[in-house]
Design a protein around this ligand. Structure first.
Ligand SMILES: C[S@@+](CC[C@H](N)C(=O)[O-])C[C@H]1O[C@@H](n2cnc3c(N)ncnc32)[C@H](O)[C@@H]1O
Length: 221
């Protein structure tokens, strides 16, 4: 199957549309952010969006996390979704490499009422992660540069609480992880290594959800 229409075949497009029509709508804040991002921002497809965002919200509501970590915030859409179940005394650390997004993320956090509980780190997550000390996390979302996914995974598993949840986006990589003709591409190779590492890692239980571009969900044992 050609990679470019792979994602349409994960879920039949009609079924996906029906599912989205029968999923609670985004909040006003998130809907406006989604619209604004598509009008004004480069790479609006990076945003989680309504359907995956609602899944992140549900995970957070079920988990009721105390400390959330996000790698790759873009405009803060997923940050807001992840915050939905946050304990009233809980905290969020989010890391975003692109300093041009800093003010946008801050505005999103303000509008969502979570600015006072969030520490925004602007810079490369590979440098910033080792500086986050004295805290463990019970909900983590990795959604940044794919070439570092294996590094992020190995760094973050020790930072997870027992029963902590780790979500990793884009693990199907438009189907490239499935087909040999994509071998050789650096990002694809890292994602394949990551998926195999997670699958054989005795520290976690995992399920690869065929949602959007593939969402790996791990719980630390
Ligand atoms: C797919 S977007 C994130 C989308 C967002 N999580 C959402 O669901 O709405 C990936 C983001 O990761 C950021 N990023 C890329 N490499 C990074 C790095 N090394 N450290 C931190 N952020 C990085 C990019 O600038 C981009 O904003």
């Amino acid at each position: 199957m050609a990679e470019n229409n792979f994602l349409d075949h994960i879920t039949h497009p009609d079924a996906q549309q029906y599912a989205e029509e029968h999923t609670s709508p985004e909040s006003d804040t998130l809907h406006r952010l989604d619209r604004w991002t598509h009008l004004k921002m480069p790479y609006p497809q990076m945003l989680s969006g309504h359907y995956q965002g609602k899944l992140l919200e549900f995970v957070s509501r079920l988990k009721k996390p105390h400390h959330i970590l996000e790698i790759g915030s873009y405009v803060g859409y997923s940050t807001v979704c992840l915050s939905k179940g946050l304990d009233p005394k809980g905290t969020i650390h989010c890391i975003e490499a692109n300093e041009e997004y800093e003010d946008i993320i801050k505005e999103t956090l303000q509008k969502a009422g979570i600015a006072d509980r969030t520490t925004l780190h602007i810079g490369d997550a590979t440098s910033i992660l080792p500086t986050i000390e004295g805290i463990t996390f019970d909900l983590v979302f990795i959604d940044a540069d794919k070439k570092n996914y294996l590094n992020y995974y190995e760094t973050i598993v020790p930072m997870l609480d027992s029963e902590g949840l780790l979500l990793i986006d884009n693990v199907l990589w438009s189907g490239k992880v499935l087909y040999p003709q994509s071998a050789g591409d650096k990002e694809t190779e890292v994602l394949k290594q990551l998926n195999d590492r997670v699958q054989t890692d005795p520290r976690v239980e995992n399920i690869l959800l065929t949602v959007r571009d593939g969402l790996m969900m791990c719980v630390k044992l």
